[in-house]
Structures are given as C-alpha cells and as structure tokens.
Ligand binder design. Structure first.
Ligand SMILES: [Zn+2]
Length: 64
C-alpha cells in the first residue's frame, strides 16, 4: 500500500496505473487528476521533516 500524497487515499501498489518518479522515489496516485496535481507542484506535497521546537533554543540563551 502506498499513500496518495494529494488526497491522502491508500493506493494499491500494483493496481494503480498512476505513478511518478520524483527525487528518486516512486509515488502512486489514485487518479490522473491527483498525479497531475502532484506534478504541478510536487514540493507542496512532500512533507519536510518536522524540526523539533522551532526557535526555542535560540530564544532563551540562559540554558548553557
Ligand atoms: Zn488521489
């Protein structure tokens, strides 16, 4: 199972005819519409790693 990054639906790996290779990874989609939407702006659908506690370590310098 893979997750359609556009609509969040589960997509059956081998049943889906809609896939794209992006940044060396293969992504599957439930429909041509979702695939096209992803290709339009793929970066919006890539979830960047969430950094812990943004701004927190710089805000308070007394923790040294
Ligand atoms: Zn979809």
């Amino acid at each position: 199972m893979a997750i359609d990054l556009v609509c969040g639906m589960e997509v059956n790996d081998y049943a889906s005819g809609y896939s794209v290779i992006y940044a060396g990874e293969r992504y599957l989609f439930c429909s041509e519409g979702c695939l096209a939407e992803f290709e339009r702006h793929p970066q919006e659908y890539m979830s960047p790693p969430v950094s812990c506690c943004p701004g927190r370590s710089e805000e308070d310098g007394s923790s040294v």
